[in-house]
Design a binder for this molecule. Sequence first.
Ligand code: C5P
Length: 229
Amino acid sequence: MSEPIVIAVDGPGGAGKGELTHRLAEALDFDLLDSGAIYRVLGYAVRKAGLALFDEDSVVQEAKLLNLSFECMDDGVHVLLGGEDVSSQIRTEEAGNNASKVAAYPSVRQALLQRQREFLREPGLVADGRDMGTVVFPRAQVKIFLDASAEVRAKRRCLQLEAKGKTVNYEEVLKEIQERDDRDRNRPVAPLKPADDAFILDSSDMNIEEVYKAAVDYIVKKTGLKIDL
Ligand code: C5P
């Protein structure tokens, strides 16, 4: 029996993974695993429980008990913690930073490993994260590492924040992105890096259409799947 197909898309925050993976999952009718949301919810749950992010034992206990679910609604996928919709709370810069702190603990990553693998079902899964192709799904048939320079990612982030009516400071956004990259790239377990057999796609000078087309061309060549552009 053939295994379900995994399309692993890894890369730093702001490279465009979210939009690419949503489009791919929809075009292929595959499930989508947003693994970053799991770490974001964990960071949020730890703070909500009044626990310290630096206390690894408490964080890992929280990870083991995490009552998390994803729900498809008309306006997209919502993230629930113990039944409470926390989708907007986990999308802040602070939540991203807290996620990257809890994600650095090896014991926490271990506690969340199986839960991520359980997302795999027929016909296949599009998995978005930092270690999808290296650790969680090392046998993924397709591995894409979507990169972009920190400066380009900071500019994109500023535009997103401005579109939401927020006042932004480019230098501050860039600094936060660089700090998070640094923590994600230099942690001892599952650091952010391309798998040896990953297709590296640098989106610095590409728009989303060009990224989608390049990814689709690669997936079709690698798997023979049919995907509409
Ligand atoms: O992708 P997103 O920005 O939502 O991820 C938030 C943080 O969660 C990342 O900065 C990273 O530290 C962590 N993360 C991770 N492994 C993943 C996905 C996210 O360590 N597979």
